[in-house]
Design a protein around this ligand. Sequence first.
Ligand code: WQD
Length: 351
Amino acid sequence: MKKILVTGGCGFIGAHTVVDLIENGYEVISIDDNSRSSVYLLEGIEKITGKRIKNYKVDLKNFDETLAVFQENEGIDGIIHFAAYKAVGESVSAPLLYYENNLFSLINVLKCVKEFNIPNFVFSSSCTVYGNPDAIPVTESSPEKPAESPYGATKQMGEKIVKDFTIAGKCNAILLRYFNPVGAHPSIQIGELPIGRPQNLVPAITQFAIGKISDMTVYGDDYPTRDGSCVRDYIHVSDIAHAHTLALEFLISNKNNASCEIFNLGSGNGVTVLEAIKAFEKVSGVKLDYKIGPRRPGDVIAIYANNNLATTALGWKVKYDLDDMMRTAWEWELKIKKDEELLKAQNHILN
Ligand code: WQD
């Protein structure tokens, strides 16, 4: 059984990928310091797969502690590196936090890859490397633009670090550029757990719909798009997860032509903010009384993926559509509310 180390395995995309790896016969361990994730998702993974994976609660910025995990786990066949901070707005107000966390963590993991001759490495990147593209849909060879935020810059630098590392060493790597991952696993046992007020559109929609937040703003309806709101490529998190398993299989079976290859992970469909809201209202039956506000600084006007490379080379097939994304996101929000009530009830009994 091939052994895969996932960093950030308790996170949104990490947990969904752990499920997909287990379902495809891999042994999985995780390193996640839970600074921005919860072991609650480990329980969800266990409910889905029957497996309770081991998570090492280690800060990847601590090299000695990170090294110790590799020393304890011989024979790792591949690594998927998710662990990073990802809040665009926070990265603007706290750039050093982002450069230190996202880059030091990556470099420490790559030092262990070198130390233990781990042959395969998958890096979690983002469409944010394209900035505001001149032409859409974007392909993997679309020009990179200056990052709109320090978060985006850490993804651009991270890609460069991984590329240079594979040229210098024996490891092969794949960079996966996510578009907008949304939704929840169809079992509704795992999903997104935003910290604080959600910055991203879909969790903002579901928390507004369930009453967790009392207002919701559409950031701008005066863009040069079909309805004035920004265009994005929303992609179900389980589709993103399966692409990671396929990327590892691609490397393990030596199908890669270069030491470092890049794939866009998007549905290939551009959807406006207002269209996404309408889709949610349709599947949930909840009318959203949002307001229109000013544009959000740093927002890209329109971007969506040409995903032909991932569908042909990796054999990746996008399974879930926008309605599935909204439905699973809503059902997950309803489940958390029920669990919170359950927890409150339990606490009530305990107190
Ligand atoms: C989407 C659209 C907002 C909230 C970022 C990162 C990207 C990835 C996903 C990590 C925009 C609008 C949002 C709200 C709104 N992060 N919006 N009201 O900015 O495309 O991508 O998150 O992997 O790397 O850059 O996603 O969901 O924040 O915004 O109108 O309350 O929804 O203005 O047009 P974004 P988003």
